[in-house]
Design a protein around this ligand. Sequence first.
Ligand code: MLT
Length: 246
Amino acid sequence: MKIDVCLSPHEVSEEKLKDHIVVVVDVLRASTTICAALAAGAKEIIPAESIEEAIRLASNLSRDAILLCGEREGKLIEGFNLANSPLEYKPKIVKGKTLIFGSTNGTPTIVKTRLATRTLLAGFVNLPTIVGALAEVKIPIIILCSGKLGQFALEDAVCAGNIVHALRQSAGINYELTDGAGAALLLYRHFQDSILQMIKESDHGRYLASIGMQHDLPVCAEINRIPVLPVYHDGKIRVQKDKPGR
Ligand code: MLT
């Protein structure tokens, strides 16, 4: 079975994602925050391609039932309820709510997968859960790194490589790796004992520290901290408890 890793969302067209299980990775921080929100009891998350789209989606829904969430340059957007720190998403704030979520790289990448058979959202925080779900999958897998403004992001590539590594260890399936998957695997092997340090030294890790968000980095680096399976389907992200597809 084939596994591909796209190191930037621009490497692949929407059409090419059809008939695949896609795993979107945005370690810093959209995937991690989405896991935190769902684990804290958010009902569902609607990813938006842009801030304008987030505001438009919110205007069609009852304001009491929703929270407007997301970031620009890693910071709270004026008029929004929450930004993009996983530590903000506490049960007393998000439980039972629909979140409209617009981030710079993560949510446009998620929306780009709308033609996929199913999309799973992954970070280090839910990596074993993702690997457990993928081990059951019988159709080709594409791991799509959100990157940073269309460019390569080290932390997403290392996380993708960790998924490839763990799948090869656990599933007893002979996976065929593309060059992208092989490169991600090599990066993971290089950084496997220093994930937090790698994140701290990455471009976006350093940027987040420079705007005072350094406390998010250990959260995003902690493997299995939030063992949920977020699935994007029909425009919404929800926790899935059964198998993601064959
Ligand atoms: C994104 O989607 O670009 C990120 O999650 C940015 C951030 O760290 O807030």
